[in-house]
Design a protein around this ligand. Structure first.
Ligand SMILES: NC(=O)c1ccc[n+]([C@@H]2O[C@H](COP(=O)([O-])OP(=O)(O)OC[C@H]3O[C@@H](n4cnc5c(N)ncnc54)[C@H](O)[C@@H]3O)[C@@H](O)[C@H]2O)c1
Length: 405
């Protein structure tokens, strides 16, 4: 099943929807690591993924709806307001890729109009393209993978762009909490077209989710009963401003809460677990502060509690993971493998179709990268035909499979 059906191309051509802070950090990172070698690969989980280095990623198409970004070269748009993430690589050459006007749908929340323009979205008055135009632009660009970086709550817009990816023949990486890879219809549709799908909701390199999961796992392994926990998050970027509109938060809350619930020894009653974006503090900009509290019972039912405060720059934190998801999707394209990529989705996303512990997900992802994932799966014939199908030998039980798409 892992045979290579496409010629190995050196470059990985990606299209990006949403040139916000995350996209900016990712593009900065691609250039930051260009003149480095493996001995200087600080901040990366992998220098090399199946032969691909960070610099092999090339942005060939981009879509946004903000007046300060549409029409500009990506290298300029990525530093335009309201983007506010730390600049760690300012010297980005012109990419020759103009940001095209996207389809707005539910990407814009009306409450943004109540905030100063340097902090919020300002809609471009450029004509919105139809699906055909976007599909045409994707095909023309030669993009192989579409990355979704839309604001939380962009349910319709995410489905629209996923549809465009399918029609244009691109793999799709869903970095946001709209349930595509963990939804009911999309995995089959991507599989039918033999296109890779990774999602949903990117898990940062060392962020609130992975830390909270690791501590929850530690409680489980050390026999400590977890009774109450919260994870409060504050930040000052447009991601946090957008999430002030609580109506946009339903899937984000499910995604973040489930990421922790799925590794607990025993699922907590919903009244005993509170996880979510908590407030918007403009001066924090892209710095995210996370407060975790965990209350439990030790030996002899003696109470204990743990308090933790994490301070991270939000967008480079997600880019450190995006740089690996892209290369995993490219490996799948090289191997002719379509549908949801279970290992990278489980390791790199908060709401994958199948949840595994981070240790298991890490091992599965390493096996996926070196090509050994799937070797121990049973091969069966479907309906007596010669067609073979891989049967997943579970490493751990799937704990959650949302039908919400
Ligand atoms: N650590 C992280 O930063 C992290 C982790 C997990 C998930 N995410 C998610 O990734 C997404 C992107 O985060 P960000 O910080 O870059 O957000 P951002 O607000 O900086 O960027 C969003 C971009 O999307 C554009 N946009 C809005 N509607 C659009 C449409 N219909 N078509 C095209 N473009 C549109 C906006 O103009 C903006 O440039 C968010 O949903 C966020 O929750 C981020």
């Amino acid at each position: 099943m892992n045979q290579i059906v496409r010629p190995l191309a050196k470059k990985i051509k990606v299209a990006i929807v949403g040139i916000g802070n995350c996209a900016s950090s990712l593009i900065q990172g691609i250039h930051y690591y260009k003149d480095k070698d493996s001995s200087q690969s600080i901040g990366l989980m992998h220098w090399d993924v199946g032969g691909y280095k960070p610099e092999d990623i090339e942005v060939v198409a981009a879509f946004d709806t903000d007046a300060r970004k549409v029409g500009k070269d990506v290298s300029e748009a990525m530093f335009s307001e309201p983007n506010c993430t730390q600049v760690f690589c300012a010297d980005i050459p012109a990419l020759g890729v103009p940001v095209r006007m996207g389809r707005i749908l539910d990407g814009f929340s009306e409450h943004m109009k109540e905030y100063a323009q340097n902090h919020s979205f300002v809609l471009s008055d450029a004509v919105e393209p139809g699906q055909e135009e976007i599909v045409g632009a994707l095909r023309e660009s030669g993009a192989e993978i579409l990355l979704n970086y839309l604001p939380v709550g962009s349910e319709k817009a995410t489905r629209f762009y996923a549809e465009c990816a399918l029609e244009a023949g691109l793999g799709f990486i869903n970095n946001i909490p709209v349930f595509i890879a963990s939804g009911s219809e999309w995995p089959e549709r991507f599989k039918a077209k033999n296109l890779p799908l990774i999602g949903d909701d990117i898990k940062s390199q060392l962020g609130a989710t992975i830390t909270h999961r690791t501590l929850t796992d530690l409680f489980k392994k050390r026999g400590v009963k977890l009774e109450n926990t919260y994870q409060l998050n504050t930040g000052g970027n447009t991601d946090f401003l957008n999430m002030i509109n609580r109506r946009r938060l339903a899937s984000k809350k499910i995604s973040k809460t489930e990421a922790v619930q799925s590794v607990a020894a025993k699922r907590l009653n919903p009244d005993n677990i509170h996880i979510g974006p908590s407030d918007y503090v403009p001066w924090q900009k892209d710095n995210k502060i996370c407060f975790i509290r965990m209350e439990g019972k030790l030996f002899g039912d003696v109470p204990m509690h743990l308090e933790m405060r994490l301070s991270v720059e939000d967008s480079p934190n997600s880019a450190g993971v995006a740089i690996d998801t892209i290369r995993c999707a490219k490996l799948a394209l090289d191997r002719g493998q379509g549908g949801v990529l279970i290992p990278p989705s489980a390791y790199f996303c908060k709401h994958p179709p199948e949840q595994y512990s981070d240790d298991e997900a890490y091992n599965m992802t390493e096996a996926f990268i070196n090509g050994s994932w799937g070797k121990n799966r049973k091969v069966v014939k479907v309906d007596g035909e010669d067609e073979v199908e891989m049967v997943l030998k579970p490493v751990a039980k799937s704990r959650f499979n949302s039908k919400n798409s």
